[in-house]
Design a protein around this ligand. Structure first.
Ligand code: G1P
Ligand code: ZN
Length: 585
């Protein structure tokens, strides 16, 4: 075995003489005791033979599988090694590592630390207890010039021994790896034959400070501090504090997921909200058995509070890894597409955005409410495929300042991930400035811009073959649809969405089927790229109503004709065997 000596000629000589005679360990042990951080050896690195798994293609947001899959021997190791193998020029540099605290987070972190050390990473910043929210990981990558980060999360999917786990690689801008990187990782997973790992002990993840794994330095950092500091730079904490210390009441549901410690530090400690404002604030490995997705179905605890008679003024929830948000007023739900539009429309009220926006972007299925705001502001609005990774180039090139998705995700150029608590703080800052209720702010917005009625219907756990048949069925009608009358609607365009990135020219095809009508209504069909069991069909529905007197209508009622049309076009009930969607948002 080869011995690497960083410093110390005496040791080099000894090592030379003793090579391969079994005495190297002894010498190294001696040197380690006398001067631990300076002398290391590759002897502790093991090369382990492995064979490929055929299911390691990253989806919308990294590789997500059920925990037992990740626990298969070599499964995690293969994917992590494939990730390192697909990267250039990271030796000796800094990596950020952390996750949402779900089951398998800690053992996975220990494995990845040993592999990072064996693969030549110089330093790893890891969140205390292995905890980093996705936006906090993005913040750390940017702030400390890391070459990238590994985020362990399956976002809003349930956790626990039988729940989901996930691994996502983020690049140096702090954002999810673009497709060319995830494709390279996938290629490596197909041909992997060995991986590198150090033969070292687990490190203590709970104690802050610097430690050593082989030749790599590990710094266990406070999970919250850097992120909280960034929030303080963007928002008027003084004004929000005044609001929260007054009569204003708020409830923040962290859903037993990663934002608990962040929300307590920011809302209850820094901003003076009453103790207990943050509920379900203890991150649990199985999220308390819940489904940490902040929508009207899964955030039922919060919904119960916010739709009660004596409801607080403001309610919010975030997801497993802290990048999603749901905003509620007293007995009032803010649709995420509207939230994006409102954030854009009110941005100049916020210190971090007072100079205005360079542009905005939304994912294709997200409602066109943001487009109307952009038009009024005289800025561009980009339409990207689903998934945060498509916003990265636009943010880096300063084509956009704010972006969002219908799936309860909003964010800005402050990091390169969507950011749940950022959205909550944005709303609080707007409420503090405008001194109106959530409902008043939203209904005034509709009055000014018209209302985009919007809903998403999810059919989860559908047979994959049937789901493909459904999509193929709609696809086969695309060329003949334009100009056709369907019910009261006339089809203006029908296509399989394809996106050409305006910065690097890369093309992403088959990103969802859109059928648009002459009155601006749309229906979109897509299969989820984040599910782990069977297929999830997502049906997105949108119609536009300029007339203020017709705004106070339940979206499901307003969208009824479109819902019927979607079923007729795609044979949803027949092919899924379901009468109703699993989740309606
Ligand atoms: C879903 C959402 C998408 C979001 C992603 C990661 O992906 O629809 O907007 O970016 O989760 O949070 P999907 O399952 O639809 O592929
Ligand atoms: Zn998430």
């Amino acid at each position: 075995m080869k011995m690497t000596v960083i410093d110390g000629s005496v040791l080099s000589q000894c090592a030379e003489g003793d090579r391969n005679n079994g005495r190297q360990y002894e010498i190294m042990a001696l040197v380690h005791r006398s001067n631990p951080p300076r002398y290391f050896t590759e002897m502790a690195i093991k090369t382990v033979s492995t064979t490929p798994f055929d299911d390691q293609k990253p989806g919308t947001s990294g590789l997500r599988k059920q925990v037992p899959t990740f626990q298969k021997p070599n499964y995690l190791e293969n994917f992590v090694q494939a990730t390192f193998d697909s990267l250039d020029d990271y030796q000796g540099k800094t990596l950020v590592l952390g996750g949402d605290g779900r089951y398998f987070n800690r053992p996975a972190i220990q494995i990845i630390l040993r592999m990072a050390a064996a693969n030549g990473v110089g330093k790893t910043l890891v969140g205390q207890g292995g905890i980093l929210s996705t936006p906090a990981a993005s913040c750390l990558i940017r702030k400390y010039d890391a070459f990238g980060g590994i985020v362990l999360s399956a976002s809003h999917n349930p956790g626990g021994p039988e729940g989901d786990f996930g691994v996502k690689y983020n690049v140096s801008n702090g954002g999810p790896a673009p497709e060319k990187v995830t494709s390279a990782i996938f290629e490596h997973t197909k041909s992997i034959s060995e991986y590198q790992i150090t033969d070292t002990e687990d490190i203590d993840l709970d104690e802050l400070g610097t430690k050593q794994v082989g030749e790599m330095t590990v710094e266990v950092v406070d999970s919250v501090a850097d992120y909280a500091e960034l929030m303080e730079q963007l928002f008027d904490f003084g004004k929000i504090r005044k609001l929260l210390e007054g009569n204003f009441s708020m409830c923040m549901d962290s859903m037993h997921a990663v934002t608990g410690p962040y929300a307590k530090a920011i809302f209850e400690q820094a901003l003076g909200a009453k103790a207990g404002t943050v509920t379900n604030g203890e991150p649990l490995e199985d999220f308390g058995g819940g489904h940490p997705d902040p929508n009207l179905v899964y955030a039922h605890d919060l919904v119960k509070v916010m739709f009660a008679e004596d409801a607080p003024d403001f309610g919010a929830a975030s997801d497993g890894d802290g990048d999603r948000n749901m905003i509620l007023g007293n007995n009032f739900f803010v649709n995420p597409s509207d939230s994006l539009a409102l954030i854009a429309a009110n941005a100049t009220l916020i210190p971090g955005y007072k100079d205005g926006l360079s542009g905005v972007a939304r994912s294709m299925p997200t409602s066109q409410a943001a487009d109307r705001v952009a038009k009024k502001l005289g800025i561009d609005c980009y339409e990207t495929p689903t998934g945060w990774k498509f916003f990265g180039n636009l943010l880096d090139a300063d084509k956009i300042t704010i972006c969002g998705e219908e799936s309860f995700g909003t964010g800005s150029n402050h990091v390169r991930e969507k950011d749940g608590l950022w959205a909550v703080l944005f709303w609080l800052n707007v409420l503090a400035e405008r001194q109106q209720s959530v409902e008043e702010i939203v209904t005034e917005h509709w009055k000014e811009y018209g209302r985009n009625f919007y809903s998403r219907h999810d059919y989860e756990g559908v047979d994959s073959a049937k789901a493909s048949e459904l999509m193929d069925g709609v696809r086969s009608q695309l060329s003949s649809l334009p100009g056709q009358k369907l019910g009261d609607y006339t089809v203006e365009y029908a296509d399989d969405f394809s996106y050409t990135d305006p910065i690097d020219g890369s093309v992403s095809e088959k990103q969802g089927i859109r059928i648009g009508f002459t009155d601006g209504s749309r229906m979109v069909f897509r299969l989820s790229g984040t599910g782990t069991q069977g297929a999830t069909l997502r049906l997105y529905l949108e119609s536009y109503e300029p007339d203020e007197s017709k705004h106070n209508v339940d979206p499901q009622a307003a969208l009824k004709p479109l819902i019927k049309l979607a079923d007729e076009t795609a044979k949803i009930k027949e092919l899924t065997g379901r009468d109703e969607p699993t989740v309606i948002t």
